[in-house]
Design a protein around this ligand. Structure first.
Ligand code: AMP
Length: 194
């Protein structure tokens, strides 16, 4: 099964994607994690993306489509994957549909974690506090505002894209983590006819 976890920065996509990976064996494909790994490893790709990510802007569609295609081609994705933080633009969504179609697959479900902006800002502030201010260069109150603006401008239009495909499901991302996990499980089980 191929699932997109969808939502603004701080909505809990990463947390829930990791749980899906451990509970259902679907690998978490986080473009943000892949890009941060490239930066940490000092690769050319990482060098190209660092300033863009630190500013909370989107790296180019070409780059993220390339890293997703490479990752999805690995054996552990044969039974599907959980896409976390990808796609973030219409061209990325179209490229993903094409890539999956070529592999005889498709996106089965898009699960939106709905969270209001005030809660997102509070969550990111908490994440900054817990990390002592060093975990992520783009976790600053100023950058978060830009990441949210970028989300509403470039990424939120994907909700209509997936609604039109009949794949969009929305869960309350403001509920406690285990309740969100249950709500996601219910959506997946229903899609699997369980
Ligand atoms: P994330 O960890 O998903 O919040 O991503 C962190 C940063 O990586 C984003 O603010 C972007 O700069 C970059 N990034 C991650 N995924 C994408 C994507 N699908 N398209 C463009 N940029 C991305």
């Amino acid at each position: 099964m191929n699932i997109i976890l969808f939502g603004p920065p701080g909505s809990g996509k990463g947390t829930q994607a990791k749980l899906l990976q451990s509970d259902r064996g679907l690998p978490q494909l986080s473009t943000g994690d892949m890009l941060r790994a490239a930066i940490a490893a000092g690769t050319e790709l990482g060098k190209k993306c660092k300033a863009i990510m630190d500013a909370g802007e989107l790296v180019s569609d070409e780059i993220v489509i390339g890293i997703i295609a490479e990752r999805y081609a690995q054996k552990d994705c044969a039974g599907g994957a959980v896409f976390d933080g990808f796609p973030r633009s219409i061209p990325q969504a179209e490229a993903l549909d094409k890539m999956l179609g070529n592999a005889g697959q498709a996106i089965d479900l898009v699960i939106e974690l709905k969270v209001n902006d005030e809660i997102l800002i509070k969550r990111v502030e908490q994440r900054i506090k817990e990390s002592g201010g060093v975990a992520r260069a783009d976790d600053t109150p100023e950058t978060l505002k830009n990441r949210l603006a970028v989300y509403y401008k470039n990424t939120a239009p994907l909700l209509d894209y997936y609604k039109a495909q009949g794949k969009l499901n929305t869960v309350d991302g403001m509920a406690p983590i285990d309740e969100v996990t249950h709500a996601i499980a219910a959506v997946i089980d229903a899609a699997e006819g369980k």
